[in-house]
Design a protein around this ligand. Structure first.
Ligand code: FEO
Ligand code: CA
Ligand code: CA
Ligand code: CA
Length: 613
């Protein structure tokens, strides 16, 4: 008997003929038909994918899991990573000194590593801070002196710490030799085409070869050689100009860098954030940074070859021909989806990290006939004067080649079991309404099919010839989110959405080793109006063979569910709970009158077996 996977490949091959039909009548309705077709053909192991009782939507201020599961808190914002630091102070929310040696705030993307001496490490992004909470000891709810500003800065970056499992509870290990904080001040090496370019030169770095720190670290990635990738997203919000007459530029505008201070006041503590004093500092952020978590004194590398934009995550795969491929989204309304292809193949180079400094950038074009193309960004195709400029002003380069503006690309995930890559397009209130900052058109199209997109969708593509190096692909929409409680038009969602599994704003996305797709949401948790019945943000599991989607977890109030890692034995899944109580409507996880704190939880099955068996 033919394997089910083979059947699915056959089905994929027949996409062309179905497309002839879809072409004529593409709508949410025909998407629904596609899901049904997939379901009826691939009877495939659906049971083992979904051997749990689905969780209902709710507005509870806790973690809700199927009955067979249990969870514990692994780490929280402000937890000391060394024993010479005081525990988190509920009144002051810590000092700049304690924050520097404690877990950062707003944990987002994370990856798990196992060391040669068999220790388990988590490398975790700390994206931003919640002012109303971290500065709740100040009347203004903002930093009021230089120490406050530093406390906020140190809460950003990356936290790397050892964890251990004792008595079935995972906890942070203080004083581990692997524990490390990376902040907006950590020295980093610049690699790739922009290294040494005049646009990278500053007073502190006259040669343009290093960068100071990383901030607004959103999603993550990992390399086959065991390093961590952290992605700089909304880096723009931290700059301002003390000179009111400072003249901004088109480039600053495109990246949303404003001259007005929004209250973070980083420029008051460090003049490189003052545009009138250091015009090139914004060019040194907005990249993918590689960190070796196993070597705590190693210098992180900012890889400019992977482009500069509001990086969400970095999904790395090895192509058939041994090239390193990195899929990356630029999370802003009407921005683009990118792919990097290394020049060398992995077996040909000794220093694997150089694979991320020599290569080419492409941007995605999704055609309405369900084919797609990766468009090369170089000096010829973009008219920019050097490869360095393509890497520094990637958004401007992408606008030149006729790529497809997208509904906010968030995480991208590649299926380890088959030729399939998915990306969350989280929502876009500007679709069909307002151009991006470069003036690029944002018409409704087949991949971004709804004007004022409130709920989001997940697009997936299949590289031609099963080769991620190919510039051609075929695509479809795996799911179009919606609310069947409220709508019976396109906003009800595709047919694989029903009242039992509905959600909005897919964001975090990862395939596990079995090819199950885990979906995390960062959406509207009002539970009213267009979002009636959807409850708090949540996590679902999908079978991309059948289209089936089932809810596994609901988070506490006002949180986003983001960040996902599996223990090597698959008996624990680590999940990030970011900004519970961001509007002060939660005290998760400590409850009582305690401050709500972003945290990481470990989910296990009560019987100790693999997480989904
Ligand atoms: Fe930091 Fe696009 O999420
Ligand atoms: Ca995100
Ligand atoms: Ca967020
Ligand atoms: Ca989001």
């Amino acid at each position: 008997m033919m394997s089910n996977a083979t059947k699915f490949e056959e089905l994929t091959n027949s996409l062309i003929s179905r497309r002839a039909f879809l072409k004529k009548s593409f709508s949410i309705g025909s998407l629904a038909l596609m899901s049904t077709t997939l379901g009826s053909i691939a009877a495939y192991s659906s049971q083992s994918f979904f051997n749990f009782t689905k969780v209902d939507c709710n507005n509870n201020d806790t973690i809700t899991l199927p009955e067979q599961y249990t969870w514990n808190i692994v780490s929280k914002w402000g937890d000391p990573m060394w024993s010479d630091v005081e525990e988190f102070d509920q009144t002051s929310c810590g000092s700049h000194e304690s924050q520097l040696k404690s877990v950062g705030d707003n944990n987002d993307g994370m990856e798990l590593f196992v060391t040669s001496d068999n220790k388990t490490l988590l490398a975790v992004n700390n994206e931003y801070t919640n002012h109303k909470i971290i500065f709740s000891n100040r009347k203004s709810l903002l930093p009021e002196n230089e120490e406050d500003i530093l406390k906020g800065m140190y809460a950003h970056g990356v936290s790397i710490f050892e964890i251990e499992n004792s008595n079935n509870q995972w906890n942070l290990v203080k004083d581990s030799k692997y524990n490390r904080r990376i902040t907006p001040f950590t020295k980093m090496e610049i690699t790739g085409p922009a290294k040494g370019h005049s646009l990278m030169k500053t007073k502190e770095d006259k040669d343009g070869i290093y960068a100071k720190g990383t901030w607004n670290n959103c999603g993550s990635g990992r390399t086959p050689w065991g390093t961590y990738l952290t992605c700089e997203e909304n880096f723009n919000n931290y700059f301002s100009s003390s000179d009111k007459n400072f003249k901004s530029t088109d480039e600053l505008h495109r990246y949303g860098v404003r001259t007005r201070e929004i209250g973070l006041n980083w420029a008051k503590a460090d003049s490189r954030f003052d545009l009138s004093k250091e015009i090139n500092e914004p060019n040194k952020v907005g990249y993918v940074v590689e960190i070796d978590p196993l070597t705590p004194n190693s210098t992180p590398k900012k890889h400019t070859a992977l482009g500069r934009f509001k990086h969400e995550n970095a999904e790395l795969v090895i192509s058939k021909d041994g090239k390193i491929i990195v899929y990356m989204g630029d999370d802003e309304r009407g921005e683009y989806l990118y792919k990097y292809v290394s020049n060398e193949s992995i077996n040909k180079v000794k220093d694997k990290s150089t694979l991320l400094s020599n290569g080419n950038l492409y941007v995605a074009k999704f055609n309405d006939n369900f084919t797609g193309e990766w468009l090369l960004l170089d000096t010829q195709t973009t008219g920019l004067s050097s490869k360095a400029e393509v890497c520094i002003f990637t958004r401007l380069a992408a606008s030149k080649v006729g790529a497809t503006t997208m509904d906010r690309p968030e995480w991208i995930a590649s299926n380890p079991k088959k030729n399939e890559v998915c990306c969350c397009l989280t929502n876009n209130k500007n679709r069909g309404i307002k151009t991006n900052k470069g003036g690029d058109k944002v018409d409704v199209d087949k991949v971004n099919p709804r004007k004022n997109n409130k709920y989001g969708q997940i697009v997936r593509w299949k590289p031609r010839d099963n080769n991620h190096s190919s510039v051609y692909f075929e695509w479809d929409l795996f799911v179009v989110a919606g609310n069947p409680n409220v709508h019976d038009d396109n906003n009800r969602g595709s047919k694989n959405i029903d009242k039992e599994n509905m959600f909005n704003s897919p964001d975090g996305l990862k395939f596990d080793k079995y090819g199950r797709l885990w979906i995390q949401t960062d959406g509207n948790y009002s539970n009213s109006g267009d979002f009636r019945g959807m409850g708090n943000n949540q996590m679902l599991i999908a079978d991309t063979n059948t289209g089936k989607i089932k809810r596994f977890m609901v988070g506490p109030k006002e949180c986003e569910v983001t960040g996902l890692s599996f223990a090597p034995d698959y008996k624990t899944v680590f999940v990030g709970i970011q900004h519970p109580g961001e509007r002060l409507g939660s005290n998760f996880p400590d409850n009582g009158n305690n401050k709500p704190r972003s945290c990481i939880i470990a989910i296990q099955k009560k019987d100790g077996s693999e997480i989904l068996t």
